[in-house]
Design a binder for this molecule. Structure first.
Ligand SMILES: [Zn+2]
Length: 308
């Protein structure tokens, strides 16, 4: 077998020499190794980054998941067309077979699927202009208490809170990186006194206004930014649902898939991109619907995969 054939069948080239750093031999061999990596499905402009591949820490995962969008009316109200656009796009993105195959590689033994439950509107009577983790959990707790989520299998469901226009998201009082400084959303879980755990995510209505940026305005319309954040968070729930418990209990064996640096499936693609447009993409699905998503980390590509 010659060298070209070896590269084609293996997808890597083994280095069997010792070379001095930065010498011509080093440059020659670096190129040989890099050229052998298959980058055909990697997002254009992004380099492979094997060291950020996701590792299974052994914790819970949710290959068969469902989600429920909870639109928060408070400081301002949601317009119907935004809600319709978000519901349609996130549902289509989460059930598209090509997009799903990126996530399905992390559940080799199980069937991955996603069901959208009916969305609801809730009133934030406190009309908060800032939401922290505690506020999101208070809202979720009150919806559960009101019986609105009765009958839903909490083990496989994420309640996805969508903040109204203008609302600022933060984590807790100790953090200074709120959504006016680049925070787009997060996910976690609520443990209740009766021992049940429910899962939530929260997304900023990301946009640029005269007051500056809120969230991650990557697309030309805020609803598209919301969908991209939801896509990121829903898939992180799927692959690493118990991250908040892992942190609270100081127990990393509760983690699902993260890189060895701690990044979840949606995280490194954004860190790595030199422009948001490299990983925030509007994709045309086989149904011709165009969906705005944020590309996810794919171990088989050693980076964010752009499904084709
Ligand atoms: Zn993330």
């Amino acid at each position: 077998m010659n060298e070209t054939q070896y590269k084609k069948q293996a997808g890597l080239y083994p280095m069997y020499v010792q070379v001095k750093p930065n010498s011509d031999a080093d440059v020659y061999w670096r190129k040989k190794l890099t050229d052998a990596i298959d980058t055909t499905a990697l997002a254009p402009g992004i380099k492979p980054s094997v060291s950020h591949n996701l590792v299974d820490h052994g914790g819970n995962k949710v290959p068969d998941m469902q989600f429920k969008n909870i639109y928060v009316n408070g400081l301002s109200s949601w317009i119907d067309s935004d809600r319709a656009n978000i519901d349609t796009a996130i549902s289509a993105a989460m059930t598209d077979s090509k997009l799903d195959s990126v996530v399905a590689q992390y559940f080799p033994a199980q069937k991955s699927q996603c069901t959208k439950l009916d969305s609801i509107l809730v009133s934030d009577t406190a009309k908060r202009s800032r939401f922290g983790r505690a506020d999101v959990k208070t809202l979720l707790g009150s919806i559960i208490e009101a019986g609105e989520l009765k009958g839903i299998d909490l083990t496989k469901t994420i309640f996805n809170f969508l903040l109204p226009q203008g609302a600022v998201l933060f984590i807790d009082d100790t953090d200074t990186s709120d959504s006016t400084h680049g925070l787009g959303g997060y996910h976690g879980s609520l443990r209740q006194d009766d021992g049940t755990t429910s899962y939530y995510s929260v997304a900023v209505y990301s946009q640029t206004t005269a007051n500056g940026e809120n969230g991650i305005p990557a697309f030309d319309q805020p609803w598209k930014n919301v969908v991209a954040t939801c896509y990121h968070e829903l898939n992180e729930f799927r692959t690493d649902p118990d991250v908040e418990s892992a942190i609270a209990d100081n127990n990393n064996s509760l983690l699902g898939w993260t890189s060895s640096f701690g990044e979840e499936i949606g995280d490194f693609p954004i860190f790595e991109a030199t422009a948001l447009s490299q990983v925030f993409k509007e994709l045309t699905l086989p149904t011709k619907l165009v969906v705005p998503v944020q590309l996810l980390y794919s171990n088989r590509d050693n980076g964010p995969e752009l499904p084709n």
